[in-house]
Design a binder for this molecule. Sequence first.
Ligand code: CS2
Length: 481
Amino acid sequence: MPPETTSHRLTRQGDAPRIGIVHLGPGAFFRAFNAVYTQEAMEAQGGDWGICAVSLRSPTARDHMQPQGGCFTSVTLAETGGSDRVIGSVSEVLVAPENPGQVIARMSDPNVQIVSLTITEKGYCHNPATGDLNLDHPDIKHDLSAIQTPRSAVGFIVAALLDRRRNNTAPFTVLTCDNLPANGALMRGVVLDFARALDPDLADWIGQTVRFPSTMVDRITPATTDNDIDALAQRAGYHDPACVVHESFRQWVIEDDFVQGRPNWDAAGAQFVANVDAHELMKLRCLNGTHSALAYLGYLGGYETISDTVADPAFAAFCTALWREEITPTVPRPQGEDLEDYCATLLARYRDTAIRHKTWQIAMDGSQKLPQRLLGTIRDNLASGHVPKGLCLAVAAWLRYVGGVDEKGNDIDVRDPLAERLKTISDQAEDDTAKVAALLSVAEVFDPELAQNPGFRTSVTEAYCALVQNGAQNTLRSLQS
Ligand code: CS2
């Protein structure tokens, strides 16, 4: 039943769909992506695929969505004209810290066949440089000693699988939708590391029965602002604090490896493939890699959004050169894709001024993002005898950014799990060369072999000094001459 709108607020008309999916992480990306695909799949082919969305931290999404019966507005923004659409695939929103037992019970419900996740990189509690579960992470330590009241996503998944095994209920599929390389294998690895520490028999059962398909997800979704909510209210006549804004482009490639059923997301345009690795690598390196590069350099250069950044010809030329010379040579072409077209489309997506995606937002959590976005590409270039100076400049921009002071001497609000440590390291170094050396020795981000590579070290150090002396804008302009 499509939900109905009134002049003041959004309400649901009719019953919410029966729950078949539990989704951890009900943030903007989930609402702009998973919830929309699932709605379209149900519209096209039916099925009991209502979603129970679970927040592992804050009650905000629940507070905004529950009074609307789980409904919210998906707002497509485009220079060429946007559109608004009410989404009703979310049937329930829970806040895990308020009642962890209720979340485990929902995940153990035999009708639930899929547990999907958008919890961002740091939600996996892994070591970004190695991919292993960080058993010293405070949430993991807590969950191993209190599995009935977990805090982490990994803890909830294992607690629910423990219940299912006890109750002889078939396991669910774990469907990770975060921007991590081989994200299914990574998820499987952290779940098995955790289960092994808890109960080796359970780990064996999970290893044999649960499926962890990998996925590639793509839709640019800036954080919703008060202006977005007000503009929607003007257009639609109702106030929806849960609305999400996003580009019209979307792409979802999913490894077709499910334990039980799944929605026919293909009816909504998702691609089911035998192996998603090549798509994931292309997206992580071409999109997320340049996104991060533009975010650090653009922020330092004084640009608020990605579209502002690439409106500067020096930044657009830098980005294009990164793709052509340093990134695409390391990316095997996925079936059905043309890398040149893919990157041309990316630049057009970045240029769309209707999408105000803040450089500051993308700059968040760099310690968790750099390894898969930039460092793997750098490693592959070095292995073929080439020092990728553009990518080294992007790394240098991150090192400058986490120093916490911008080019005008103002503080930067650095959001990163390692922010404090990085700032201390940066502040204590005697000069720029020592600063770069000290930051490159942060082993969670830079594996020692890369950090010791002379070509890499020299290039990052030179780029860092150029950024300090000339600023980001002039550094990029000098590359053009
Ligand atoms: C961005 C991504 O915030 C970020 O780090 O690079 O969220 C990006 O917008 C999405 O991956 C696009 O699909």
